[in-house]
Design a protein around this ligand. Structure first.
Ligand SMILES: Nc1nc2c(c(=O)[nH]1)N[C@H]1C(S)=C(S)[C@@H](COP(=O)(O)O)O[C@H]1N2
Ligand SMILES: [Mo]
Length: 262
C-alpha cells in the first residue's frame, strides 16, 4: 500500500454533501451513546490530519458492531501497511459462495431474465478501472483496481423494457440492498466486479461478486451481489432507508447521470 497522500478537500465531503448525506438517524445514533471505540477512532483520525466526519456520519460505524470491532480504532485503514480497507457487513455472518454455488439472477422489467454462474461472468468481456474508494465515514483508499463485467452489458443482454427506470440490487447476506437509476446503472464506470486489487474478490470484500459503482460513495457498491432486478422506480437501499443519499456522488453535489466517463 502506498503511504496516505494528503487528503483532498472533498475527502470528507464538501459541505453540501455532508449535509445532504447526513443520516436521519440510524437506531445506533439515536439510542446508544457514542461508544469509547468510536470516540478513540475519531481522535486517531484527527491526529492523522483527516477531517473528521460530522458526528451523525459516524452512525454507520457505530451501527456496525462486530464488523467495526475488527478495527477498533480505525487506524489500520490509514497506516501505510494497513491494507486501507475496513470490512463492513450489516449482518453478523454471511454464507460463503463460490464457483459451484454462486448464481446471479437478472430479472424484473426485462425481456430475457437470466441466471449467471461465476464461469458465465468470467467469460464475458472484463473492464478494469483504477479509482479511489471513499466511504462516507471518512476512510479512503486511493487508486484501487476493480475488474469485472459492465452492468450495462448484463442489462443489454436482458433487454430492458421501455417502462423501466431503475435497477435494484440484492445480496446473499439476506439484508443489504442498493439501487441506481437506469441512467446511472448504464454508466461505463459501474461494474459487476469479480476482482479487486488484482485478485479475485475475497469473501470479506463481498466475493465472489460485488457491485462496483466507481463515481459514488462505497456504500453503493453492494457486496455479495445475488440479484439485479429492473424496476420502474428507485427504491432506497439499506443505508438510504437509514438516511443516506440515494444519489451518492463523491466530490460534487450535483452529479449528472449522463456525464461522460472514461
Ligand atoms: N452486502 C453489503 N454490502 C455493502 C455493505 C454491507 O454492509 N453489506 N457496506 C457498504 C459500505 S458502507 C462500504 S464502505 C463498503 C465496504 O466494503 P469493504 O467491506 O469491501 O471494505 O461496502 C458497502 N457494501
Ligand atoms: Mo461505507
Amino acid at each position: 500500500m502506498n503511504p496516505e497522500p494528503p487528503e483532498p478537500a472533498e475527502a470528507a465531503g464538501p459541505p453540501e454533501r455532508s449535509e445532504a448525506a447526513r443520516p436521519a438517524g440510524p437506531p445506533a445514533e439515536r439510542g446508544a451513546p457514542v461508544g469509547r471505540r468510536v470516540f478513540l477512532g475519531t481522535l486517531a483520525l484527527g491526529a492523522l490530519g483527516v477531517v473528521a466526519a460530522p458526528p451523525l456520519q459516524r452512525g454507520m460505524e457505530a451501527f456496525l458492531g462486530s464488523a467495526a470491532d475488527k478495527d477498533p480504532t480505525g487506524l489500520t485503514g490509514l497506516l501505510p501497511n494497513g491494507g486501507g480497507f475496513r470490512y463492513y457487513s450489516v449482518t453478523s455472518s454471511v454464507p460463503h459462495r463460490n464457483a459451484t454455488n454462486y448464481r446471479l439472477t437478472v430479472d424484473g422489467l426485462v425481456d430475457r431474465p437470466a441466471g449467471y454462474t461465476l464461469a458465465d461472468l468470467r467469460a464475458l468481456p472484463q473492464t478494469r478501472m483504477v479509482r479511489d474508494v471513499q466511504c462516507v465515514t471518512g476512510w479512503r483508499v486511493p487508486g484501487t483496481p476493480f475488474e469485472g463485467v459492465r452492468l450495462s452489458t448484463l442489462l443489454d443482454a436482458a433487454g430492458v423494457r421501455a417502462e423501466a427506470g431503475a435497477v435494484r440490487f440484492t445480496c446473499f447476506d439476506g439484508a443489504y440492498s442498493e439501487s441506481l437509476t437506469l441512467a446511472q446503472a448504464r454508466r461505463a464506470d459501474v461494474l459487476v466486479a469479480l476482482r479487486m486489487q488484482d485478485k479475485d474478490l475475497g469473501h470479506d470484500h463481498g466475493g465472489p461478486v460485488r457491485l462496483y459503482v466507481a463515481p459514488m460513495y462505497f456504500y453503493k457498491s453492494a457486496k455479495w451481489l445475488s440479484g439485479i432486478t429492473v424496476t420502474e422506480k428507485v427504491k432506497p437501499g439499506y443505508w438510504e432507508e437509514r438516511g443516506y443519499d440515494v444519489d451518492a456522488w463523491v466530490g460534487r453535489s450535483n452529479g449528472r447521470d449522463d456525464e461522460p466517463t472514461s
